[in-house]
Design a protein around this ligand. Structure first.
Ligand SMILES: [Zn+2]
Length: 223
C-alpha cells in the first residue's frame, strides 16, 4: 500500500507537461506504480480537456501517454527513431539481483548510465537527461546509511523496490517523498535493500560539519 504521493499541484503539472524532465520521469514512474494517482490523473485530464475543449471526449486519448514526447522536447535529445522496447529494457541488474522497471523507466532505458559503487553499500547510476538536471538511481544494500543532511532545494525520492527508513517514517515500493530545507534526515536501510530513483535541484548540506570527508557523497547526486 503506497503511503506517499505527489501533491495535487505536481499531478496537475504532470498532466500539463510543466514539470522538469527529471520530475516528469519521477512522477510518471510513481503514477505507473500507483492506481490511486492513475485515477486522479484521469480526472485531471478530463477537467483540463473540459476547460480547453468543452468536451471531455475531445481530448487526446491520454495526455500522459505523450510523456516520451514531453521528455524529449524538454531535454532536446530525442530517443533513437523507431526504437522499440526489447525485453532487457524492462530490467535493471545489480549485485546479482534483477529489478523490474515500471513502464516510464523502461521507455527511458537508453538514458540509464552504468553503475558506480559509492561509499559503503551504496551504488549509483545516472539517468542522462542531457542537461544540468540530476536524476539518479540509488541502490542501498541492507544496513546502509546516508549521513544526516538537509536540503537547500528539493529532493524527490521514489522507492522502486525495497524499503528504507529515516527519523520520520518507513518508505516502500511506490512511495514518493519530496523534502526541502525544513527537513533533516538520515535515510538508511535495515534488513532489506532498497532501489530508489532520486532527483535534486540543489546540493545537500551535511549537518555533521564533515562536508569535506563526506565529499564522496556529493558525487552520489551530482555528475
Ligand atoms: Zn500515488
Amino acid at each position: 500500500m503506497i503511503k506517499f504521493h505527489p501533491s495535487e499541484q505536481q499531478l496537475v503539472e504532470y498532466v500539463a507537461g510543466d514539470l522538469s524532465a527529471a520530475m516528469l520521469i519521477t512522477v510518471g514512474t510513481h503514477i505507473d506504480m500507483c492506481p490511486h494517482c492513475q485515477g486522479h490523473v484521469q480526472d485531471i485530464e478530463e477537467q483540463l480537456s473540459q476547460r480547453l475543449f468543452g468536451d471531455p471526449m475531445a481530448a487526446p486519448a491520454s495526455w500522459s501517454a505523450n510523456l516520451d514526447m514531453m521528455v524529449d522536447a524538454i531535454i532536446k535529445s530525442p530517443a533513437p527513431a523507431h526504437r522499440s522496447l526489447d525485453d532487457s529494457d524492462n530490467y535493471l541488474f545489480l549485485e546479482g539481483k534483477r529489478f523490474e522497471l515500471p513502464a516510464t523507466l523502461a521507455r527511458n532505458y537508453h538514458r540509464i548510465g552504468s553503475w558506480h559503487k559509492m561509499l559503503g553499500k551504496m551504488w549509483r547510476a545516472p539517468v542522462n537527461l542531457g542537461s544540468d538536471e540530476v536524476l539518479n538511481f540509488i541502490y542501498m544494500g541492507s544496513g546502509a546509511q546516508v549521513p544526516e543532511h538537509t536540503h537547500k532545494g528539493h529532493e524527490a525520492t521514489l522507492v522502486i523496490n525495497g524499503v528504507f527508513v529515516d527519523e520520520t517514517d518507513e518508505y516502500r515500493d511506490g512511495d514518493f517523498v519530496l523534502l526541502d530545507g525544513s527537513h533533516k534526515h538520515t535515510p538508511q536501510t535495515q534488513q532489506e535493500d532498497c532501489l530508489t530513483l532520486a532527483t535534486l535541484d540543489a546540493p545537500l548540506h551535511f549537518t555533521s560539519g564533515l562536508s569535506r570527508l563526506l565529499n564522496p557523497f556529493s558525487s552520489l547526486f551530482f555528475k
